[in-house]
Design a protein around this ligand. Sequence first.
Ligand code: GLA
Ligand code: GLA
Length: 704
Amino acid sequence: MPCLQSISALTRRAALLLGALGLMLTFVTTTHAQATRYAGAPPLLLGAAWYPEQWPEAQWDHDLALMQAAHVHLVRIGEFAWSRMEPREGVYDFGWLDRAIAAAARHHIVVVLGTPTAAPPAWLTQKYPDTLRVSEDGVRDEHGNRQQFSFASTRYRRFAHDIAEQMAKRFGHNPDVVGWQLDNEYAADSFDPDAKAQFHAWLQHKYGSIEALNHRWATAYWSQTYDNFEQIPVRADHENPALLLDWKRFVSDTWRSYSLNQIDAIRPHVDPRQFITTNTMGWFDGFDAYTVHQALDIAAWDDYVDTGEDYDWVDNAARHDLARGYKRRNFWVMETQPGFVNWHATNVTLRKGVVRDMAWQAIGHGADAVEYWQWRAAPNGQEEYHGTLVGADGTPVPVYGEIQQVGAEFAKAGAVLAGTTPHAEVAVINDFDSRWAIDFQRHAANFGPVAELKAFYRPLRAQAQVVDVVSAHAPLDGYKLVVAPALNVLTDAEAARLKAYVEHGGHLVLGPRSGMKNADDGLQPQRQPGPLASVLGGRVAQFYALDKAVPVAGEAGQGSATTWAEQLQAQSPQTQVVLRYGKSNGWLDDQPAVLSRRVGKGSITYVGAWLDDGLLDRLTASWLQQADVHAPVPGVPADVEVCVRGDARHQVVILVNHAAAARRVQLPSSMWPVLAEGGASSEVSLMPYGVVVLDSREPAAANR
Ligand code: GLA
Ligand code: GLA
């Protein structure tokens, strides 16, 4: 027990650390349905996908007892059980769900209910084949597998509404139901007659007249001029990029209205504390996730990684930050893999310790729940080989013990992390319009927009450690540095906001291909970066796809560009050339590759090439320095990830060692261990794949 004096000394040190962490604290008021914490449930939830409909009820208690022993406090159920809930049209059977929820509650487990619309029953698709989706080449799906419905089908939506409403009436006031998952992993668009008619109506609403559409799509090209909206083809490939971009936006709006159809059925019948979400898929770009999340209360995503014993933790970090950016608050991991999946060609398991590493990474990035798919191997079905916590025989598999440890740790750390969230001073912009526009016309096969985003994200994560990934429409004024990796589609409104951000002292970095396209995916009337060229005092003279590396050098050192290089021109005396190309195709020789201009206290930088990691590291360091952004825990080994969650009272640092060897970390100030016993320290050792959670506030203060 430290004496009073040393307590105040420690408190001072904690205050210093808060300063050293240099983090902005913002307070967001949330309604119950928007919060990610629920009365009665622990603040950090360990969960599993459970399919009670697949098992005799007599076995449920056995499974739930094993869950309870692993500190599982959450199950998601029902999302594929339509044929059990509505065995015949209009005939409902929810008794088994009542009993499953009650059984879970007896084991202190709360429930997220899935609406079962990703798997329509056979009676539905047999009687109403028009509800089945149609592929781009006009082939209607057969019944079987899942996701075989048309997201635009008016009739399907009626059935989806009804089953969701019946569920809501039954479970909307059930104290053990904390929220709703709509459908499951929205993915497949449909080209059926309903979708086609709705797309035409959507275009008509957007453009008002066919003349306006012809003008904005520049349809004089290849005799595309339309006389009426019905003539417009419905395609997702090989079309006018304006049409393709609008199709993606239509698809995004259609998934939003698909959500709203069920939300309208659920919301009137449920307690406000019950949230409504759906589970999304990382970088998946089938729809604009920001559009779809407008209708949802919280973000929840399914965290699956590439096959291998380790995972690409920087990619996964970015995907967590992406999910946090959908609602700009904490999120849930609605599914993750207990070791391995069944859908890669070779489904290598994560090595021992990495499942725990992944769970804590999720928490570090702002997840308040981590849920494993799935609890128990199904007795049959397409996923018999998938990783689980429990085998079909009902006994634990080896990874159960590791997940049980995670559960025990969540229980221990819950009170400390409750109400905390990451606070970033740096934002990376993720823009679906731009990602789509580049993918429609890559020009350089290797120019993957996500890979390019990650090239900028990687050094930011290492050096700034807390990074937001947000849409181009998010408020930017709280950020010291904003990086827009390839903001290809730049609307006038977005350009005006970015300009204002820079003029108010923000530091903006634009990556290659930025500001090339207008809102219709047409070429900007000015050269890149289009409406921002005047702020930059520079422009792109020409772009070049590369099939070999081009040397680049300047004050950030020497390196190379691959895949893409733009020949830049400084047009203002205040615009500085940061990097130049060396000898290459003649056009690029000695030409500017990176331009930068100070604007008041802010700055705008244009990076015209896909630079190698070393150059991007050094440029990133200079941008962070200029923007006065500092790592909360500087000098950590490259494979140790630093995550910080905080609130007004304290900061919690989560260190995850992604290496198979032990690591040591020096903290800027002493902190208290949360998972382990012991006093405050500024020296931390991490076991291979080890996790350490540290609190800036001493435990006694935390208990007050
Ligand atoms: C062909 C076509 C042109 C144009 C060029 C582009 O030659 O005839 O219309 O598409 O290819 O290289
Ligand atoms: C997705 C689905 C789940 C399951 C898992 C398997 O995330 O949502 O139903 O199929 O994949 O990895």
